[in-house]
Design a protein around this ligand. Sequence first.
Ligand code: SAM
Length: 295
Amino acid sequence: MQLTDDYGRTIKSLRISLTNRCNLRCLYCHREGDNRELKNESTAETFVNIVRAAKELGVSKVKFSGGEPLMRDDFEDIIRALPELKDISATTNGTYLEKRAQSLADSGLNRVNISLPSLSPEKYRGVTGGDVNTVLKGIDAAVDCGLTPVKLNMVLLKGINDTGIGDMMDFIRQYDGNVILQLIELMDFRGTSGYSVDIDGVEKFLESRASEVRERSMHRRRKYFIDGVEVELVRPIDNSHFCANCTRLRVTSDGKLKPCLLRNDNLVDVNNKEPQEITGLMKFAMGNREPYYKG
Ligand code: SAM
């Protein structure tokens, strides 16, 4: 059985926000499209039941996000309790990875995306409030523990990091293909439009340097192979392909199904429910699912 919406989009992956808490304050953060002030986080059991239900409906990939997913002390327990899946990943700011990469890998996490807007300690602190050295140690730990390929998520910010793409490519070269650079177009959730970068210009820059360009079916993302490194460009804004190829169902940290990153008026509560009931509610949520950008 599969979960397919009225637009023919079949759900293949879950993106689960484990918490809204975070130890950093990234000036651009979209908080996975959930700006509610949440006090109650769902239990590990609820998240595991959601994954069990989704697996029955053909979902084979799960990505954990937040907030910062490593703020949950029971993250390893959650991963260990999951049914067998094709891919279990997390997107993290990397600041706790030096300590926990090994336990996460031992629990069954396959790979991580790590947010890194800049290599410069000053710029990194200015954008996130944190210490870039903790992230650099986290990247090394993730690679050493086999949480690969590690994707470095660099949200592009005009006047801050848009001239640092070349440095970031040079930085990942040392990891011999175990680290991929993912350049992400800024989505303006909090009055940050002044930082928006001309993405066509970035695309031309990458094209001019690439020895090979490939297109992924997911969101029609382009991958560029440049001097031994791999760079992906994620363009979510006004991108009807982004929506037309969206095969994700989101879950909020308080246990609600969220059919679209950009909407909060169609959430479906599955907190504290058994897998069988969640399966029915997932089918119901499909009725509320439509592309935000229709093209
Ligand atoms: N704390 C974790 C982290 O830093 O990866 C997980 C939460 S963060 C919201 C998840 C991802 O969303 C990160 O890769 C981040 O780069 C991306 N992101 C956050 N705000 C964004 C925005 N305004 N536009 C585009 N991507 C954004």
